[in-house]
Write a protein that binds this ligand. Sequence first.
Ligand SMILES: [Zn+2]
Length: 158
Amino acid sequence: MSKFKIQEKIKDNQHILYLNGKIDEDSDFSILNLKQQQIIIFNLEGVTGINSCGIREWINLMKAIPANSKVYFVKCDRAMIDQANMIEGFFPPNSFVKSFFIPYYCEHCDEQSNILCERKSEADKNPAYTQTSSCKNCQKDAEIDIIETKYFKFLKKN
Ligand SMILES: [Zn+2]
């Protein structure tokens, strides 16, 4: 597995961060200065996992974000959604999950896939999704691979 990487882009009043790899004890967030821009956008598509040390680093980073900033999370992988559903403050109060992946599993060919779910606005607590999706491998029906009431818990807060 490749080493954890962060790419940054600053555009107008937005600070955009692309995270890649597994978040663990070697993930160095101290290099980040998130105090300059009003809007902070985390693109989490490349996050492949997070361990307990990584969770601690992540929460410290979230605490360092000024309360008057607006934080957006886009393309959140299941690894991050699962933690947000379990850990208070994993996504800070001033944040909004704009889009996230819903896992599907195809029992016909054993293929796992993720479908991106986009929310229209922060008021959108029930974003549209389907119980099945066409498997990209065999085109048969892949079933949703989460317990919905548990997985969508984070929507109430973030
Ligand atoms: Zn399939």
